[in-house]
Design a protein around this ligand. Structure first.
Ligand SMILES: C[S@@+](CC[C@H](N)C(=O)[O-])C[C@H]1O[C@@H](n2cnc3c(N)ncnc32)[C@H](O)[C@@H]1O
Length: 204
């Protein structure tokens, strides 16, 4: 189970609950995990898989009400951001977010990441999703929301319950020991945590 999956299951009240996952991606995100755990889960994404528990739509087109919304790595590029978070507050009283802070990738983090990438690539073990150069990646994604802007929008519509900073770059690398190594370097203050998990309750 993914780290975010474990986190979401801890944050949700026990089933039955209606859970909407926005930006579930082409693999369906956490919908199968949530359904297996007894939740009535629906995933929406223009690239969602086929199936009765998925809809290929933008989350701003969703109608109805839910007990919770799960948003994994989708809000950092949604615009206008404040309107999008207001929509989520209309859909459910509980919001669980998995995000990352591109603005916190400093020189040390970039050096570590790109070094790991080169070693894994030389061994033929690099993930197809991993960018080789973070400068090139930044150039391709110039308008991602910095973490303060995203957290600010979330806190406007939801009262923050939890904010946990976690390793993130290993998720691009997918190397067998990258997560533990990244955590060690964060603990030793070599560079900051880039990922965060956040939970908020709707402000009535
Ligand atoms: C980086 S992927 C994350 C996929 C998955 N949640 C994960 O964490 O692996 C972002 C996904 O959000 C989807 N997305 C972006 N804007 C969206 C919107 N307005 N409504 C629904 N899905 C959206 C994209 O199609 C993409 O599949």
């Amino acid at each position: 189970m993914s780290g975010f999956g474990t986190f979401v299951l801890k944050q949700l009240p026990p089933p039955p609950q209606r859970v909407l996952e926005i930006g579930c991606g082409e693999k369906g995100g956490l919908v199968a995990l949530l359904r297996d755990a007894g939740y009535d889960a629906l995933g929406v994404d223009p690239e969602a898989p086929e199936g009765e528990h998925f809809r290929r739509i933008d989350f701003r087109e969703v109608e109805g009400s839910f007990d919770a919304v799960v948003a994994g790595r989708v809000l950092h590029h949604v615009r206008p951001l404040d309107d999008a978070v207001a929509t989520l507050a209309e859909l459910a009283p509980l919001l669980i977010v998995d995000e990352f802070a591109p603005d916190l990738i400093d020189d040390a983090a970039q050096d570590w990441y790109e070094g790991q990438y080169r070693m894994l690539a030389a061994a033929g073990a690099v993930s197809e999703y991993a960018p080789a150069s973070l400068d090139d990646w930044r150039a391709r994604h110039p308008d991602l929301h910095p973490h303060r802007a995203l957290l600010g929008a979330l806190r406007t519509h939801f009262e923050e319950q939890t904010l946990e900073w976690v390793p993130y770059l290993h998720r691009w690398l997918r190397g067998p020991s990258s997560a533990a190594l990244e955590q060690t370097l964060i603990d030793g203050r070599a560079f900051p945590a880039i990922g965060y998990r956040w939970v908020g309750r709707r402000i009535c």
